[in-house]
Design a protein around this ligand. Sequence first.
Ligand SMILES: NC(=O)C[C@H](N)C(=O)O
Length: 321
Amino acid sequence: MSTPPRLAVIHTGGTIASRPSPDGRGLTPQQAPSVPGLDGVQVHDVQPFSLPSPHMTPAHMGQLAALIETLAPDHDGIVVTHGTDTLEETAFALHLTLNVPVPVVLTGSMRHAEEVSWDGPANLLDAAHVALHPSSRERGPLVVIGGDIFDARTVTKIHTTAVDAFGGYPGPIGRIDREGRTPRLHYFARPEPRATYRPAHLNARVEILYAYAGWTGEGYAEAAQRADGLVIAALGTGNLPAELLPLIRATDKPVIIATRTHAGPVLPVYGYAGGGATLVEAGAIPASFLNAHKARLLLLILLGQGLTREQIRAVFERDEF
Ligand SMILES: NC(=O)C[C@H](N)C(=O)O
């Protein structure tokens, strides 16, 4: 007789574990959900903490990575339930640091267990099927919501309330549906090799500044003084008002230029003061296609690994993530 597949489900909180709190103060994580209808699978539930995802920190992400590494040798797949607000950050931190042979799939829900449109069970079952599927191997951590399968590098939350709350350019890398009870899973591309990192710590201070028309650098000097590195959610292809150029030139810590635009790369093409080409000439590092909060995690991890500004530049320039 063949041994049943072994699935670990790590519960971390979020709406998928939430209900209205008895004191009437709103939703809070209370009870981890169980995977519905997974016949013949050995499920091992683990709950390292139970947090609303706005309370997640890089330290929790590191704790989660260590737990996954411990569980991986004895399981065929791992599902992580997580609040959706910062799910993409945890997924990307795991993408950058985890090197385990079994699929790791993050999921959550947008509606809680007492709503008519409760999407937790279906997302959890989809995530379990994806995690146990052999074609999910070697793809890095995945995110499964509403039947769509996303890569941790590109996935982002795109809606505050809709059930299909996740997207990101260029979109899902696969799809899971069910024919009756049989899962039907398709990937649209083959797995790619990926760099992983082993930071000694996740304590670097990396702050994000958000650019806007008329910004003359308010908050920049203070942030540059106290942080180990900065990320700027800049404009368009990575441009800023002219006043930022001398401030960036005077900063010897890494300054990463991401974009507040929701899709597309940062490219140093404009040569006016504050244009992307002038920022790079002044020492800034383009974030490629990473959004600001993912660029922040990559910088935090590279700083934790002790890389210099030029080594950090090389990682971003070569898309080694
Ligand atoms: N849908 C959700 O999970 C949102 C919730 N605020 C969280 O991220 O914990």
